[in-house]
Design a protein. Structure first.
Length: 446
């Protein structure tokens, strides 16, 4: 009997041991399965399966891994020969690396790639520092087909305005051609202008502007293809300088307590301002900037649709209208004498007056994009005439159109008035090219 009891005890001890071992194995398995150090995802390569390369600039590929990168190797083949162009063992702990691949112009270990080859293949192999795969890590290999392209995009200027005046605008029509075009842009006076597709694919038209308060002017079209080849072409304008008026205006108490205070009352955020001079500065600068931001954002929009034709007649918004204030006027407001300058601003439209509540006519077709009260501009309809050209009509007493309306030449859109920052009944006529105010007189000439 005692012998059996000893055997039974050994069986129990053996079973307990196996249970402990099993629990330990499960725990180890769970640890391996859930531990980041045993993650099973291979490195990630941020690159398409087909790319363009000009062979002049390094080809950049980002490799990353959630644990850490251990090594990578890159081979380049022209279909006949293969060369290792980059390999590295990464001793430090990094999760991401931007690898720059340079084309091997010289032989490597006696092997030279064919310089005439237009198609290459990259083989990118990367391994991480995971303890998975018996501590060998996860390895990923990706083959990337490369099209060699070292030809720069073609830019052909088909037509452009002969000259551009400081504060004025001009037109340019051009073609951009490349089998793998990535992007292009038109830059003038440091500002980017969006071009609209014109007539057929690859052809574009755009209006550009020379801001009246910018001294120097250069206009270029630049283009870049998928291989990184770039071309910059100058737009040959004859530059015409122009001086704009500077005015010193005395701000009297009657003006501040009247119009300026009325405008202060329209904005609750200005309700705590009691000081006369601060009121004037706030309206002439802060409110003006807020109002002009609305205008600029609306006028920046250019359609992506193909433009078949675009014709503009001269603008004549006010019959028998006489000019009462000019465009580009730099205005300095002072209190009692010029040593007490309070505020400064620019007048970015042409003020015209005829009779009270005179009819305001649009001379060209367009779409109404704004029909509301806009601070210092008062009641202000604004019209999109296409190709980034916009007109605005400030200080109106009545606005007779609504946002979204399509208007035709000769249509009455509003009546003159003195809403906003206006002392007498008149029209503030503004023209913008892609959000930049330009001389209205240019668009009123025959």
């Amino acid at each position: 009997m005692s012998y059996r009891r000893r055997g039974y005890g050994n069986d129990r001890s053996s079973s307990s041991l196996w249970i402990v071992v099993l629990i330990a194995l499960i725990a180890v398995g769970a640890f391996v399965y859930t531990s980041k150090s045993f993650e099973r995802n291979g490195p990630s390569l941020d690159v398409a399966e087909f790319v363009y390369w000009n062979r002049k600039d390094p080809l950049k590929i980002k490799v990353s891994d959630e644990s850490a990168l251990k090594s990578y190797e890159i081979k380049v083949s022209d279909g006949q020969q293969e060369i290792v162009v980059a390999n590295e063992m990464l001793l430090e702990t990094i999760n991401e690396k931007l690898v720059e691949i340079k084309y091997p112009k010289k032989a490597v270990n006696g092997v030279l790639l064919d310089p005439r080859a237009t198609k290459l293949q990259l083989t990118f192999t990367a391994t991480d520092k995971s303890n998975w795969n018996f501590f060998q890590g996860n390895t990923v290999t990706k083959k990337i087909n490369v099209h060699v392209d070292y030809k720069r995009p073609d830019i052909n200027i088909l037509s452009n305005s002969y000259s551009i005046t400081k504060g004025g605008s001009a037109l340019v029509i051009f073609q951009v051609k490349d089998r793998a075009l990535k992007s292009f842009e038109v830059e003038a006076a440091g500002k980017i202008f969006k071009a609209q597709p014109y007539k057929k694919e690859g052809f574009y038209a755009t209006l550009i502007a020379w801001p009246f308060n910018v001294e120097n002017f250069v206009a270029n079209i630049s283009a870049e293809d998928m291989a990184g080849n770039k071309r910059v072409t100058n737009i040959p304008f004859y530059l015409l300088g122009k001086k704009y008026k500077t005015s010193w205006i005395q701000a009297k108490d009657k003006f501040i307590d009247g119009k300026i205070s009325d405008l202060i009352d329209t904005e609750p955020k200005y309700s705590t301002i009691d000081n006369r001079l601060e009121k004037l500065k706030t309206i002439n600068e802060t409110m003006r900037l807020d109002n002009e931001e609305i205008i600029h954002e609306l006028a920046k929009k250019v359609s992506d649709e193909m433009l078949d034709s675009w014709k503009i007649k001269k603008f004549y918004p006010l019959k028998n209208g006489a000019k009462v204030a000019s465009f580009g006027d730099e205005r300095h407001y002072y209190y009692e004498n010029k040593n007490q300058e309070i505020s400064q601003s620019y007048h970015v439209g042409l003020d015209m007056a005829s009779t009270k509540m005179a009819k305001i006519i649009t001379s060209n077709a367009g779409t109404v994009v704004y029909d509301e009260y806009n601070g210092i501009y008062g009641n202000m309809p604004m019209i999109d005439h296409g190709l980034g050209l916009y007109t605005l009509y400030g200080h109106c007493s009545n606005v007779l159109v609504q946002k979204g309306d399509k208007v035709s030449p000769g249509f009455t859109i509003a009546q003159t008035g003195k809403s906003g920052l206006a002392l007498g009944d008149h029209l503030h006529f503004g023209i913008l090219v892609q959000g930049i105010e330009v001389r209205p007189e240019e668009w009123m000439d025959a």
